[in-house]
Design a protein around this ligand. Structure first.
Ligand SMILES: *Cc1c(COP(=O)(O)O)cnc(C)c1O
Length: 309
């Protein structure tokens, strides 16, 4: 039988079956909160500081004050990971909700944010798709309008992405690509998108209304380091249909080839050479230590980490 993960709520570890929060929590009632998805490889969280920075940026954008410092949050994540030492490689979900309140929207009536850390495993797409590639469709549901809820915020409000995911499933696919409010390509439901055209990588720019993915950033850096050109720009469906190669990036997905879009084969209809090369290099990179994370963790003396209760 699988070992039950230990889940951290406000710095206190609980068994999975006992890890509970209030039904009055505004994270549940209104999707009022923010989150991060991270991965650890050989017990080290990949780009921990970048994830924590993005979490605090998302929180700032929604006027949510997280009651502990960034370094404390980094240590809390590591502490939870250590309590789950059965996980050699883990998927980590870090959630900060607005907290329990009244049944109205008013966030002043909430008590205090709930900080939840779940370490577990995740399989977003079965293994065979990493070898043979995914078929995707374009969704009718668009990504959030940036003037309504900026897609750069990793908020708990993912209903439009869920709707696009259902569209994909109804079409017999595992993933859908979402357009922005202008009809340009944005991203998939939980992954950023790249194409390869004549040896150059193209990906929708941040102002296309996408979540600024950390995997996306890492892959851009990796590709440029190999001497490949990477262009961040406005992209249309036509760019997808006529690409030589296509792939998606995200913490959960890592890097996965796409071989068909809306019934059109992409390139040869099999994962392309640049995609496969980047995938292999990415898998190597994630197991390397990162000085930025080490420095951040050592930047403040270890005190008694205050819990947020
Ligand atoms: C989290 C997420 C991604 C991927 O971001 P990473 O930092 O690479 O994990 C892409 N798109 C959406 C909508 C996301 O929520």
């Amino acid at each position: 039988m699988a070992i039950e993960p230990k889940i951290s709520i406000n710095g206190i570890l609980h068994d999975k079956s006992d890890a509970k929060i209030s039904v009055y929590d505004h994270g549940l009632l209104y999707g009022d909160g923010v989150f991060e998805g991270m991965r650890s490889y050989s017990r080290r969280v990949f780009r921990l500081k970048r994830h924590i920075d993005r979490l605090y940026e998302s929180a700032k954008a929604i006027w949510l004050e997280i009651p502990i410092s960034r370094v404390e949050m980094m240590r809390e994540v590591n502490r939870c990971l250590e309590a789950n030492s059965h996980l050699e490689d883990a998927y980590i979900r870090l959630i900060v909700t607005r907290g329990a309140g009244s049944l109205g929207l008013d966030p002043r009536k909430t008590t205090h944010p709930q900080i939840i850390i779940i370490t577990d495993s995740i399989t977003l797409y079965p293994d065979e798709f990493y070898r043979h590639g995914l078929s995707i469709v374009t969704a009718g549901t668009i990504r959030n309008h940036p003037q309504a809820l900026n897609p750069r915020i990793k908020s708990l409000n993912y209903l439009n992405n869920v709707l696009a995911k259902i569209e994909a499933i109804k079409a017999g696919c595992l993933e859908a690509v979402m357009m922005n409010h202008l009809g340009h390509v944005a991203e998939c439901t939980g992954d950023n998108l790249f194409i390869v055209r004549r040896g150059t990588l193209h990906t929708p720019s941040i102002d296309s209304g996408i979540l600024g993915g950390i995997t996306r950033e890492v892959v851009i850096e990796l590709a440029r380091g190999l001497g490949l050109d990477v262009v961040e720009r406005t992209m249309d469906r036509h760019d997808l249909y006529t690409a030589d190669e296509c792939f998606l990036t995200g913490t959960a997905a890592e890097l996965i080839p796409v071989v068909e879009c809306d019934g059109r084969a992409i390139g040869s209809g099999t994962p392309g050479p640049i995609t496969l090369d980047l995938l292999e290099r990415f898998q190597h990179l994630v197991r390397q230590p990162h000085p930025e994370d080490e420095d951040a963790l050592n930047s403040e003396p270890v005190g008694s980490t205050p819990s947020a209760t």
